[in-house]
Design a protein around this ligand. Structure first.
Ligand SMILES: NC(=O)c1ccc[n+]([C@@H]2O[C@H](COP(=O)([O-])OP(=O)(O)OC[C@H]3O[C@@H](n4cnc5c(N)ncnc54)[C@H](O)[C@@H]3O)[C@@H](O)[C@H]2O)c1
Length: 255
């Protein structure tokens, strides 16, 4: 296992479970201490980080609340005095047809998925600029490239994330700070549980079976399928990769 991140501090949002938990564990295995951020308790992730010999700081934070992000920055600074790698993973993906989406629903998705990334980058990028090294990885989604109904707010937020990553790559590059996005395909996590069983009526579909049938690699994705890409983008080896969106989806879309 590469230990190239020893001495660095990584922060992962939405790290109590699912993809964020797998990301936090992998960055710890790579040698980083990890700020484990979630709106719910993340004891299991803290244990996984500590089992690698690295330190974990768990911060309860709803990334949709700007004041809680201020507090997250304060706690990170107080414990580690720095943050070198930011992984903006937290996100929600409610299924709603456009006609059913209220402005409040729209704002909630934008605020948790996109505004949070803006605010967290605002909080941690100045330290990266000062040290002239940083890695920012933002979680997008391959739905941005798919013909899909029921996700207009979600897909818009993920499109915004891809745009933000591209634009900030241009501004941050001269300081040795890269900004990239990962666009996963449908992945089995606690949040997507049940999408293979929708009993009754025309919506009786197994979304995992459909997604994997469209992939070149025809099996259902799990969080571990994403961690190698994250580990690489966060590493010194990826110093010349910035502004990119890497689709990790078994070949479902051609980006
Ligand atoms: N699972 C997939 O199929 C898939 C595909 C493409 C993209 N993604 C993206 O990957 C990310 C993680 O997805 P997942 O399937 O692992 O999700 P999940 O629902 O299994 O886990 C999400 C975690 O984020 C936390 N979280 C949610 N809202 C939060 C908030 N406001 N503040 C702090 N923490 C919050 C939850 O508590 C949970 O621990 C999301 O951004 C999602 O859009 C997932």
């Amino acid at each position: 296992m590469a230990r190239g991140q020893i001495g660095r501090v990584a922060l992962v949002t939405g790290a109590a479970m699912g993809i964020g938990q797998a990301y936090a564990k992998r960055l710890a295995e790579d040698g980083a201490d990890v700020v484990v951020v979630d709106r719910q308790a993340a004891d299991a992730t803290v244990e996984l980080v500590n089992a690698t010999g690295r330190q974990a700081l768990a911060v309860r934070c709803d990334v949709g609340q700007p004041s809680e992000i201020d507090d997250l920055a304060r706690q990170t600074q107080a414990r580690f005095g720095r943050c070198d790698i930011v992984v903006n993973n937290a996100g929600i993906y409610p299924v709603q047809k456009f006609d059913d989406i209220t402005f409040e629903d729209w704002r909630r998705v934008m605020s948790i998925n996109l505004d949070s990334q803006f605010l967290i980058i605002k909080a941690f990028w100045p330290g990266m600029r000062e040290r002239r090294w940083g890695r920012i990885v933002n979680q997008a989604s391959d739905t941005f490239a798919l013909n899909l109904t029921g996700f207009s707010h979600y897909i818009s937020s993920k499109g915004g994330i891809i745009g933000l990553s591209r634009a900030l790559a241009s501004e941050f590059g001269e300081y040795g700070v890269t900004v990239n996005a990962i666009a996963p395909g449908l992945t089995r996590t606690p949040g997507t549980a049940g999408r293979d069983v929708k009993p009754g009526g025309p919506e009786n579909v197994d979304e995992f079976a459909i997604a994997s049938s469209h992939q070149s690699i025809k099996r259902v994705m799990v969080p571990e399928d994403l961690i190698g890409t994250l580990s690489f983008l966060a590493s010194d080896d990826a110093a010349m990769i910035t502004g990119q969106t890497i689709y990790v989806d078994g070949g479902h879309v051609r980006a």
